[in-house]
Design a protein around this ligand. Structure first.
Ligand code: PLP
Length: 290
């Protein structure tokens, strides 16, 4: 595998970063995850825009243009002969003396890892998964804004550990007021009486690109979508629930902690939305738009 490292595509074993890199020392940096279908990176412009937003929010100046980043991504796919790929861009503050001052780092470290996309087991989609509402609370926007796709992932990792201990596929975190926010790497939706609900940005979440598309797809299908502040009781009482992200797309949830959702099998609205999402992907592959 060839890894893009600061402008060069180097063999994986040569893709090395300094122990003085502030990404390693302090988790000081940002990232994006993308998915390529049949050689096309789905919603690449939206992901690059969000990367720049994350950069702005941590005052990290990215030393490549939007088009330059796109070119680097496609070169990584080409060099690795990839069509269906998982792509991760990581940008750290860079190498610098020990100390928190960002000015200690002269230039960011820019890495692109592109590897063959490994399909998730079909069974997950057919049967649905169990998730857990964990004790770890989501970072507050005033402390570390969840809108920043930050390399500092401990908040989510602590939640993930709790989910694993509970035998759950994903953890859902509440905010400090006790409202639902999001998963460790996913956004969450639920359906009640054929309407779709999802925590609002104000709850303190990452505005997922998949989330955004699903809202638009649902509205186009005539489904009422409401973004708001919801409690665990609201979701325990749902007819259907699902989680979303770029690589998973839409994954049905059938159980939250001890509460069976709906009939305990993936629901028809969820399955229908997933079909429509896949159509959006196909449309994008043909037209570059959705
Ligand atoms: N929320 C968090 C905390 C995430 O890390 C992610 C994706 O990595 C998402 C939500 C989903 O975002 P997207 O749909 O843009 O992949």
């Amino acid at each position: 595998m060839f890894v893009y490292l600061n402008g060069k595509l180097v063999p994986e074993e040569k893709a090395r970063v300094s122990v003085f890199d502030h990404g390693f020392l302090y988790g000081d940096g940002i990232y994006e995850t993308m998915r390529a279908y049949k050689g096309i990176v789905f919603m690449v412009d939206e992901h690059i825009k969000r990367l720049f937003r994350s950069g702005d929010l941590i005052k990290l100046k990215i030393n490549l243009s939007h088009e330059g980043i796109k070119k680097a991504i496609y070169n990584s796919l080409k060099k690795n002969n990839l069509k269906d790929a998982y792509i991760r861009l990581s940008i750290s503050r860079g190498q610098g003396e020990i100390g928190l001052d960002p000015e200690l780092c002269k230039k960011p470290t820019f890495v692109i890892i592109a590897k063959q996309f490994k399909e998730y087991p079909e069974e997950l989609y057919l049967r649905g998964v169990k998730i857990s509402i964990v004790k770890t609370r989501r970072n507050t926007p005033e402390a570390l804004n969840p809108k920043i796709k930050s390399l500092n992932f401990l908040n989510n990792i602590l939640a993930k550990i709790e989910a694993k201990e509970a035998g759950a596929y994903e953890a859902i975190m509440l905010n400090y007021k006790g409202y639902l926010t999001e998963g460790t790497i996913t956004n969450i939706f639920f359906i009640k009486d054929n309407s779709l609900f999802t925590p609002s940005i104000e709850a303190g979440i990452l505005d997922g690109i998949t989330r955004d598309l699903i809202i638009r797809v649902a509205e186009r299908k005539g489904i009422k979508v409401t973004e708001g502040l919801y409690t665990p009781e609201n979701i325990y009482d749902a007819d259907e629930t699902f989680i979303t992200n770029t690589t998973l797309e839409i994954l049905p949830v059938i159980k939250i902690d001890k509460n069976v959702i709906g009939k305990g099998i993936p629901g028809s609205v969820t399955k229908d939305l997933h079909r429509s999402y896949k159509e959006e992907v196909e449309r994008y592959l043909k037209t570059g738009k959705n």
